[in-house]
Design a protein around this ligand. Sequence first.
Ligand code: SF4
Ligand code: SF4
Length: 371
Amino acid sequence: MKVSIAKCDSYEKEEVYKAVKKSIDLIGGIEKFVKKGQKVLIKPNLLRASKSDKRITTDPAVLDAVIRLVKPITNKICVGDSPAIQSTSFTMNVAGLKEICDKHKVHIVEFCSCKDYKFKSGKKLKGFQLEKEVMESDVIINLPKFKTHVFMTYTGAVKNLYGCITGVTKAALHFTFPKREDFAMMLLDLYEFTKPKVKLNIIDAVIGMEGNGPSNGIPRKLGFISASEDALVLDKIMCDIAKIRSNDVPILKLNRNKLNKTKMHVLGDKINIEKIIYPKTKSFFDSAPLFFSRFIRNNIRSKPKVNVQRCIACRDCVKICPAKTIKIINRKAFIYIRKCIRCYCCHEVCPHNAIILKKPMLAKAYSVFKK
Ligand code: SF4
Ligand code: SF4
């Protein structure tokens, strides 16, 4: 399986266009993935409504480049994703992506009309409720952003497909699969299910995110665009480049044997970057046996806590919390920690960075001991 790398130093439109084109050309050219008259859905990362310089969402220059490359082949292009809270068009507007769609007269799909699809061979889920445009498109071009992730350690191409599931259902699945491995297995089911449609994955790694990503981490310049037909292989190469251990990323760990047997060819530019900063939530005990899971959750995993100075009671965290364990009291969010499943959705969606992650005493003591 081929993975291409094209250096890209900035989000200047022409530079990004050249890098995106190079990354696709190296693996066969756009005509290999999109045929005349096909219906194409481009799926960026639209986690939440935030300006592009926060580096939470796929950069507008990357979307612009992809539309420019696809347009000469087909006019049937649409762009969509399912943000955590706000509507697709609102989120795209704030992130600067709507402007690109308007310029190219490309339709935005709101991702609000879901349909049930059966998936008999699913290991965790035998079916999905997906936005119907996802399965009605001939081709999906997946446009993730390279980021760390407080729950999954890393988020890239496979995790970006989670946005094919519409809003509320996404939060509910966190409650159904509170354990990292189970949640990762469900993501892998979705990856397998959508694979025949997802013909091309292009990751925005010009400026990614490290630390407590995917929304409250630190922007980190990585300086490249990378593409592959296979989302999982692309993620494996991304983690290798960023020196993230596959064992720390559940989607890779669960596919260790399969990935070991896959022949991977990395083409294009050589990239050498310093190790990425892991999320604070990553713990040595993540790989402990499952019967420890409740103990680990309560005593090892970082706890979400509200910084009342920053909280403006917007209720986004209340709406997203799958355990329904956040209330607004005296105009501030309050987390009843006993019912918290440590999914960190509240941390992801808070637009004011008012949810902080606190390491329990035992986890702190272990870190000191390890040093
Ligand atoms: S913690 Fe954040 S998301 Fe929750 S109510 Fe306060 S500002 Fe809004
Ligand atoms: S409080 Fe936050 S981390 Fe806990 S279950 Fe709710 S959304 Fe998840």
